[in-house]
Unconditional design. Structure first.
Ligand SMILES: Cc1cc2nc3c(=O)[nH]c(=O)nc-3n(C[C@H](O)[C@H](O)[C@H](O)COP(=O)(O)OP(=O)(O)OC[C@H]3O[C@@H](n4cnc5c(N)ncnc54)[C@H](O)[C@@H]3O)c2cc1C
Ligand code: SF4
Length: 483
C-alpha cells in the first residue's frame, strides 16, 4: 500500500454565496470586525476576575480564561497566547465555533449579573490569530526523537490533538484518513462561514512541518486492516468520528431532491474549496432559487439552513418536532438563522413526501409535547388531523449521526463496542479491550463537540505515552532479569 501525499487545503473561493436579498447574514467579518487590539483589551478588561472562575470550570479544556483575559487587557498578547495555547491545541478553532453560550460565556458571572458576557471566544480567536500573524506559534521541536511510533486513525480534532501532544514527546506519528484533506468535520462538515478553511489548513501544515506524517485517502478496513496497523505501531488511536446518518422512513422518502445533511454540506464545502462537484454544478445539491425544508433541530440542521440562505434559496424552513426550548441546537445559532430569514416550524414532523420523481411537497403534521422521555424532554406526540403541506424543491435530513460498525469496517470483530456502537473504552485510560488500541472523540462519546474531541485527544495522548513508557520500563526490567 503506497501512502498518498498530504494535500493541504487551498481555497479558490468562499462557499458559494448568492445571498438572498431579503436576509441579513452574520458572517465572520461582521461578528469579529470590531476585534481590534483596543476592543479586545476593553472586552477582556470587563472580566471581574471573580474568585470562582465559572467560565474555566465550564470549559471542557479548563482553559485558564481569567489569566489570559487579564494579560490581554494589559496588552500582553504573546503571554496571553502562551497561556491559552497551553491547554488547547486549536484555540483559533474553538474561539470560532465552540457553543460558548452553553460553555464558558454562558457561565460568566458578569453575564449572570445581567451585564452581558465577556466575549471569551472572540478574544481567544483574536489572540490566537494575532499569534499566527506575528510568528508566535513556534514549530514543534521535540527535545528528543523516540523510536516508538503511534498510528492515529482519523485526522479530525481528536486525532490531531493527540498527534500534536505525542509528537511533542518525540514519538513518530502517522495519521491515516480516508478523506483527501486533514481536519475531519472541521473541513467537510462545518461550513466556511463559521470556520474558514484556511484556518484548518494552516494547522495541518504546521503539524506536518513539526514531523507528523499524514497518509490521506487511506481507509482503515479497506486499504489497511486494524491488525496491520497494530503490527506497524507501538500503539494505535481510533479517532474516526461518527458518520452513519440517522434516517427516516415515510412514503415518498426515496424521491429525488431529498438528501442527507452531510452530503449537502460536504458538497458546499468542497465547492468552496475549489473542487469539482458535479452534483452541485448540476443543481442537485445547490439551494439557489429553491424552497428548502431542513428536518431536524440540532447544530447540523442550523448549518444546513444557514448554508441554504447563503446559496440564495427562495425560502428556507426548519421543521422540528419539539419546540424552541427543547431544541438540541445552540440558541445563538437559532437566533442567527432567524435573523437571516429562516422560518422555524416548531412542533412539526414530516409524514410523507409528495412529487413526481422529484420532491415538490412535504406533508407534515403538528406535534405536542407529552410526558418526559429518556432525554428528559417532553416526548413529541402526534396531533390527530393536523396535517399541513409545505412546498419543497430540496429537503435536507439532519436527524443526527450514529457510529459506523467499526468491528466490521476494520475487519476486527474482536474490537468491543457499546450498545450504541461507540468504541468501548476504559474511561480512565481510554484504552479499548485490545491491548495498545485507544479511542477518542466522537467515536467514544457519540456526536459531540470539537472542544471535547480535543480534550479526549489530549487525554488519550497522555495515556498512550504512559502505556508505551510502562512497556519500555517493563521490557528493560525483564531484560535485566534475564541477564
Ligand atoms: C455539520 C456539523 C457541524 C458541527 N458544528 C460544530 C460546531 O459548530 N462546534 C462544535 O464544537 N462542534 C461542531 N460539530 C461537531 C464536531 O465537528 C465533532 O464533534 C468533532 O469534529 C469530532 O471530532 P473527531 O476527531 O472525533 O471526529 P471527526 O471530526 O469526524 O474526524 C474523524 C476523521 O476520521 C476519518 N475516518 C473515519 N473513518 C475512517 C477510516 N475507516 N479510515 C480512515 N479515516 C477514517 C474521517 O475521514 C475524519 O477525517 C459539528 C458537526 C457537524 C456534523
Ligand atoms: S475552548 Fe471553548 S469553552 Fe473553552 S474558553 Fe475557548 S471558547 Fe470557551
Amino acid at each position: 500500500m503506497a501512502a498518498k501525499m498530504l494535500r493541504f487545503v487551498t481555497v479558490a473561493q468562499d462557499t458559494p454565496e448568492k445571498r438572498a436579498p431579503q436576509t441579513r447574514r452574520r458572517d465572520f467579518d461582521e461578528i469579529y470586525a470590531e476585534y481590534r487590539p483596543q476592543h479586545a483589551a476593553e472586552q477582556a478588561g470587563r472580566c471581574s476576575q471573580c474568585g470562582v472562575p465559572f467560565c474555566q470550570i465550564h470549559c471542557p479544556l479548563s482553559n485558564n480564561i481569567p489569566d489570559w483575559l487579564m494579560l490581554t487587557a494589559e496588552g500582553r498578547l504573546e503571554e496571553a497566547y502562551e497561556v491559552s495555547s497551553a491547554t488547547n491545541n486549536m484555540p483559533e478553532v474553538c474561539g470560532r465555533i465552540c457553543p460558548q453560550d452553553r460553555l464558558c460565556e454562558g457561565n460568566c458571572v458578569i453575564e449572570s449579573a445581567g451585564h452581558g458576557t465577556v466575549t471569551i471566544g472572540s478574544i481567544e480567536k483574536f489572540v490566537t490569530d494575532t499569534a499566527w500573524e506575528r510568528g508566535w506559534v513556534k514549530p514543534i521541536r521535540p527535545p528528543l526523537e523516540r523510536e516508538q511510533s503511534v498510528g492515529i486513525i482519523g485526522a479530525g480534532p481528536a486525532g490531531l490533538a493527540a498527534a500534536e501532544q505525542l509528537r511533542r514527546k518525540g514519538y513518530r506519528i502517522h495519521v491515516y484518513d480516508r478523506y483527501d484533506r486533514v481536519g475531519g468535520l472541521l473541513v467537510y462538515g462545518i461550513p466556511n462561514f463559521k470556520l474558514e478553511k484556511p484556518i484548518v489548513a494552516r494547522r495541518a501544515k504546521w503539524l506536518a512541518e513539526g514531523g507528523i506524517t499524514f497518509h490521506l485517502n487511506i481507509e482503515i478496513g479497506r486499504d489497511v486492516t486494524l491488525a496491520e496497523l497494530r503490527r506497524r505501531h507501538d500503539a494505535v488511536l481510533i479517532a474516526t468520528g461518527v458518520y452513519k446518518a440517522r434516517d427516516m422512513q415515510a412514503p415518498g422518502s426515496g424521491l429525488g431532491g431529498i438528501v442527507p445533511a452531510m452530503t449537502y454540506l460536504t458538497a458546499s464545502n468542497r465547492k468552496g474549496l475549489g473542487d469539482k462537484v458535479p452534483e452541485f454544478d448540476s443543481g442537485k445539491l445547490d439551494a439557489e432559487g429553491k424552497h428548502v425544508v431542513v428536518i431536524g433541530g440540532g447544530d447540523t440542521a442550523m448549518d444546513c439552513v444557514r448554508t441554504a440562505v447563503r446559496q440564495g434559496a427562495k425560502s428556507v424552513k426548519c421543521l422540528y418536532r419539539r419546540d424552541r426550548e427543547n431544541m438540541p441546537g445552540s440558541m445563538r445559532e437559532v437566533k442567527h438563522a432567524e435573523e437571516e430569514g429562516v422560518e422555524f416550524v416548531w412542533l412539526s414532523a414530516p409524514e410523507a413526501f409528495d412529487g413526481q420523481a422529484k420532491i415538490s411537497t412535504v406533508v407534515a403534521h403538528r406535534m405536542r409535547l407529552g410526558a418526559r422521555d429518556a432525554t428528559g424532554r417532553g416526548a413529541p406526540v402526534k396531533e390527530e388531523d393536523s396535517a399541513f403541506r409545505l412546498p419543497a424543491d430540496l429537503v435536507i435530513k439532519a436527524l443526527g449521526f450514529d457510529p459506523e460498525a467499526l468491528p466490521v469496517l476494520f475487519q476486527a470483530p474482536e474490537l468491543a463496542i457499546t450498545d450504541c456502537g461507540t468504541v468501548k473504552v476504559n474511561h480512565r485510560t481510554l484504552m479499548s479491550n485490545l491491548d495498545g488500541v485507544f479511542a477518542a472523540g466522537d467515536i467514544v462519546r457519540g456526536a459531540s463537540l470539537v472542544v471535547w474531541a480535543i480534550k479526549d485527544g489530549r487525554d488519550a495522548a497522555a495515556s498512550i505515552d504512559r502505556y508505551i513508557q510502562t512497556r519500555i520500563a517493563t521490557a528493560g526490567i525483564s531484560a535485566v532479569a534475564a541477564e
